[in-house]
Design a protein around this ligand. Structure first.
Ligand SMILES: NC(=O)c1ccc[n+]([C@@H]2O[C@H](COP(=O)([O-])OP(=O)(O)OC[C@H]3O[C@@H](n4cnc5c(N)ncnc54)[C@H](O)[C@@H]3O)[C@@H](O)[C@H]2O)c1
Length: 380
């Protein structure tokens, strides 16, 4: 008896500019390889697209797309404050979803969306792509095997560069709120959100109940409402805590990382590189590199074979508690002129470097203290 191969799953990409362009490219490559079929795209701006396969539908929005036919999976890469409504519409229509991070702009939206996904019996994978890496499992295994002794704490750091053009590319960029909605576009909740989410994954503290309290210490160097230079102490059930220190006003881009500190050593995960460095006194550093599964590939495998998702919505519960604390806590404070340097960039763009911020991030991790607790002059 000859078996019939099922047709490849139909996938739609919603939000095809900005970061969505890399999703579109990935889907085009997978389409060309026959692993899926690009069924449709949706975006109010469809003027500047690469060539799409014949028959790909184009829609101005998701409602229009779903009305013309529901694909098996929808990739949502739209502004943060649109996530809850779009993901709700997609799963209610019967699609599984790869939803960009952060999954929602508020904890209330997160709770509601979780219930909707559950009731619809659909899959919702959150686009923290670092969680597709086997490096996370490796770190957890090494810690469980006692390689660093007893864990004393977790930390995460990131020193990146974002310029004025980044904040001018879209109306919502750099906002905590916009038009009466929570937007949550700060360093901890958007560009360096992976630092928080990956650290929580390494700590085995991804569920909402795993995060018991959050202290935030937020600043902005750019003329924005949200934070671009931020520290947070995240208290975890079980008594450990996670200290995070990040900036988007570094002199140059550094590799962000997550650290597990123990009584006998430490493990550092460079989460964009899938690379782990284990340091135990008396031994040479052990460097390992790991495979990464694309979260859409993982979602389609979960659909087809019932395997667990690498980044299910429920595992963003702890992250969402941090996001909620960032958005509802004290507003980011402006860093005064004189503490940062302005850089003229091509095309009228402007960079801002917070003097000594790399040392401040390092000190925050070393002392397990926020920037304000360190008493840094720009925090006063
Ligand atoms: N995982 C990552 O590494 C990563 C990196 C960058 C951004 N992101 C996330 O991707 C998402 C998009 O960020 P961005 O920086 O690309 O934003 P952006 O504003 O630059 O682009 C968003 C795109 O969505 C479109 N859009 C807006 N509203 C829409 C709607 N209602 N329906 C359909 N399309 C709509 C816009 O026209 C635009 O094409 C955010 O959640 C962001 O956090 C993830």
């Amino acid at each position: 008896m000859s078996g019939t191969t099922p047709p490849p799953p139909r996938v739609a990409v919603v939000g095809v500019n900005g970061h969505g362009r890399s999703h579109l490219q990935h889907v085009l490559d997978a389409h060309a390889a026959g692993r899926l079929r690009l069924a449709a795209v949706a975006d109010p701006r469809l003027d500047d697209l690469p060539e799409l396969p014949a028959g790909t539908r184009r829609h101005p929005d998701l409602g229009d797309l779903l009305a013309e036919g529901v694909p098996e999976a929808v990739v949502l890469s739209t502004p943060i404050h649109t996530h809850a409504a779009l993901a709700t519409a997609a799963v209610r229509a019967g699609a599984d979803v790869l939803l960009e991070k952060p999954p929602t702009a508020t904890a209330a939206e997160f709770t509601e969306l979780s219930a909707t996904v559950e009731a619809a019996g659909r899959l919702c994978q959150v686009g923290f792509q670092s969680l597709g890496s086997a490096a996370v499992d490796h770190v957890r295994r090494r810690v469980a095997d006692g390689r660093v002794g007893e864990v004393t704490g977790y930390s995460a750091a990131g020193c990146w560069v974002r310029t004025r053009a980044y904040y001018q590319r879209a109306r919502w960029a750099g906002h905590r709120h916009l038009d009466g909605r929570v937007v949550a576009d700060g360093a901890l909740t958007n560009p360096l959100a992976h630092a928080v989410a990956t650290a929580l994954a390494v700590a085995g503290a991804q569920r909402a109940e795993d995060v018991t309290a959050v202290e935030t210490d937020l600043f902005h160097v750019h003329d924005i409402e949200a934070d671009d230079t931020s520290a947070a102490r995240v208290h975890l059930a079980g008594g450990r805590d996670l200290l995070v220190a990040v900036t988007l006003c570094a002199a140059e881009r550094g590799e962000p990382f997550v650290v597990v500190e123990g009584t006998a050593g430490r493990i550092t995960l460079y989460y964009t590189l899938d690379t782990v460095v284990e340091e135990v006194p008396g031994h040479p550093p052990l460097v390992t590199r790991h495979e990464r599964t694309h979260l859409l590939t993982d979602l389609l495998a979960a659909r087809a074979q019932g395997t667990p998702l690498r980044s299910p919505l429920a595992d963003s519960g702890g992250f969402t508690r941090v996001l909620e604390a960032v958005v509802t806590g004290p507003a980011p404070r402006p860093v005064a002129e004189g503490f940062f340097e302005r850089l003229e960039l091509p095309g009228g763009d402007e960079g801002r470097r917070l003097t000594g911020v790399e040392q401040a991030v390092a000190a925050a991790l070393r002392e397990r203290a926020t920037f304000s607790e360190l008493g840094l002059p720009w925090t006063r």
